[in-house]
Design a protein around this ligand. Sequence first.
Ligand SMILES: [Ca+2]
Ligand SMILES: [Ca+2]
Length: 215
Amino acid sequence: MPLHRLHAEQKKFDRTFLSSLNFDESGIEINRLTLVFHKLCDNNSNQLSREHFRDFLSTIFDLNDETIVERLFILIGQGEKTLSLKQFLSAMNLLLYASIDEQIKLIFRVYDVSADGNLQREELFTFLRKDLPIMNEKEDADLILHEFITLIFKKFDKDHDGVISFDDYHRTCQENPTLMQCFGQVLPRIFRKHVVKSMLNGNLSIISKREKHFK
Ligand SMILES: [Ca+2]
Ligand SMILES: [Ca+2]
């Protein structure tokens, strides 16, 4: 990212962070995302709340799974109550430009709630349970889900040790990329990514009006 295209606020970021970003070279994407960030923050706080982050992901990226969005917020914010501009840009970089390996790594960390490096049956149960249609008998729904998770484990648990390690997950996703988000949508669909990139690079009136004040 050429430094001369950045605003003073962004130039304060360390070079390692800036070089990790994959936004367009013109600087338009990072500058507009910075505007969006400030628009989302309350009262010039320069900190993005959990609620506004959740609404933003739902509206812009069509990511509506509250459990997963909460996990994303925790991972990106490293447990803090709000997100900084740097953390927000890092999140947008991942959502829009993550490589396949970065996607697999992020999705696995979202699913691994206990952060022990393995996916246990209980973790998958939590993610999948809410997607089951409401059934008359809770026990029936749980039984169906447990059978489904057993099938999933046969697919993912390569070394048959009863948990899905990152290596198990990575190998399975490489063999069959369609399984990457089978426990819940973490990253936006390709079409939605294109829409967001087009919005950032196009003449978006809501942003353009603010740009005049920002410069
Ligand atoms: Ca775990
Ligand atoms: Ca295993």
